[in-house]
Design a protein around this ligand. Sequence first.
Ligand SMILES: Nc1nc2c(ncn2[C@@H]2O[C@H](COP(=O)(O)OP(=O)(O)OP(=O)(O)O)[C@@H](O)[C@H]2O)c(=O)[nH]1
Ligand SMILES: [Mg+2]
Length: 585
Amino acid sequence: MTGALSSSLRRAQSLLAPLAERLEPARRAIDLLERDLLPRTAGGDLYLVAGIVGPNNAGKSALFNALVGRALSPSLPAGGATRRLVGAAHPSLLERLRSEPTLSRFRLRLIGEDSARPEDALRPAADPAELLVAAEPDLPSGLMLIDTPDFDGILGENRLASESLLAVADLVIAVVTRHSYQNREVVVFLQHWLDHGRPWMLVYNEAIDARVARSHAAKLAADVGTAPLASFWAAHSIAVQDGGIPLEPQVLDGDRSGALRDLLFDLGEIAKVKSRAAAAAVARLRDEIQHVAATLVAEGEQARSVLDAAAARAREAGVEIASAAMPGGPFIEAFRTILDRRSNPLSRSWRATVRQIRLRLESLPRLLRGRQPSSEPGAEGADLSAFERDALRAAWPGLWEEMARDLGRETRHRARRFAPPEIARLLDADLADERRAAALARAEAEVSARPAEIEAFRGACERLVDAAIERRGFDLDIQAAADVATIFPLALAAAVIVKTGGLGIDIAVAGGGAASAFLMEKYAHLVGTGIVAEARRSWMDLRGGQIADALVDSVLEQAAPALRLSVERETTLATELRALAGALA
Ligand SMILES: Nc1nc2c(ncn2[C@@H]2O[C@H](COP(=O)(O)OP(=O)(O)OP(=O)(O)O)[C@@H](O)[C@H]2O)c(=O)[nH]1
Ligand SMILES: [Mg+2]
């Protein structure tokens, strides 16, 4: 294995490990990495794991014992004897694996040591990946043979043991008989585990004759969809059942001859199979990684749609709240800036002089009337946040009820119905009735803690003014207005233009309000009243969006950060995983 590959594998491990508890394909990928691929990279592909799998009572243990050369794995005429993974390997291999446990794909319990006996195979192990293993000097040193329980019976532990072998086996020896070769469950199981080009061999046991064995073996191979490295057969034999002779399957294919044992113990053959197995294991990992990425993308989309639903509702409220009041200053200042830029140099220098004469705000008639914020805004005049707080309180019942109904327990919105359980739990907690008052308090704090982005609004106003003057043409009236503007002091940002509903006109509040209202009217008249409406729309858009964000954060206090994390995972982690899967190709 190359250095680039091993660094990709380690990267995959670090990305997938945090997801393993939550996502099944990530757990499988980690299992494959930790038990198979990483030990393989670390130990230079030390040995071949050949696992014998198959349905109940097919003769797996009989075959295993025949290959080992003694009755190591229990085998009963009625079947059902094997309840856990039983293995055999050369003593030198076992010694190496025991001194370097990271190279081992299984937790080993050595027969003869570790207080383990062959009869233990009759009982399931607590850990399905634990291997009861015997040292057998007659086996090749690069081979580990493993017998498994059936994978098609009703016993769940049996299947788990088979699967934990298949997660890491290099070579699969599938044993079937005429009773099972066409079982749907057998075919589907083999299809699944022999995917990705993992090498396998087929043993058709208890055959009537070679011709029937050949046709049934071909049928199974076609159903599984992956050609076996070789197919073997063994005739039905009472002597095998009685333990008189070992089960010795022979090659079925035309161009080879010999026993399964000869092929399996051939060192050249082992090396070839090993390199194919490594490639297949990488392909399986790649597939699991793609799976994880697809799951993250789906989760991210679900999270995004919950956030979108919340944001859409919050935006309605945000725009409504922002429409309650708009700062007048930036609008006036935009006129000043644009007019200054457009007027002639003489007028500009005149204005520079006049600007020295600072008319005091207090000398202007105050225009404070109409709606007032409920709490005293302070001596300087109305401040925006007091109007916003009032509007927020007015909008709150509608906002809360709709959010709770759509995204809370009632799950009216389909985005909520598809939300994963942990997100659903957070939404329920956030939108619980008891949190309503606290959420409002948080929303008020959040809205006032996020000051309006006046600069962005000023920029928008400048563009509006520029376009309006462009349409109208710069004439003497505007020139005069520009001159008048100069005598008003600039500190107008605090002025607030309040929505007056049915009254039809806006009211300016604040110290500089009189000036700003006067100027706004004058300018609006000069370039068309539509410009005020446009400025208001632009304000509602900018500030409404800002308020909406604060509302989402307050209403979905716990869920919003979790949802954002999920969206982020989709964009960054899924992309990285996909790139990694590509690099493993
Ligand atoms: N008559 C006959 N019996 C066989 C043959 N092969 C295996 N057996 C017997 O069938 C019985 C079951 O064989 P096992 O090897 O235990 O089957 P298994 O696949 O390991 O069964 P489980 O571990 O229960 O899944 C044993 O008594 C074997 O001796 C055969 O070709 N002919
Ligand atoms: Mg068995």
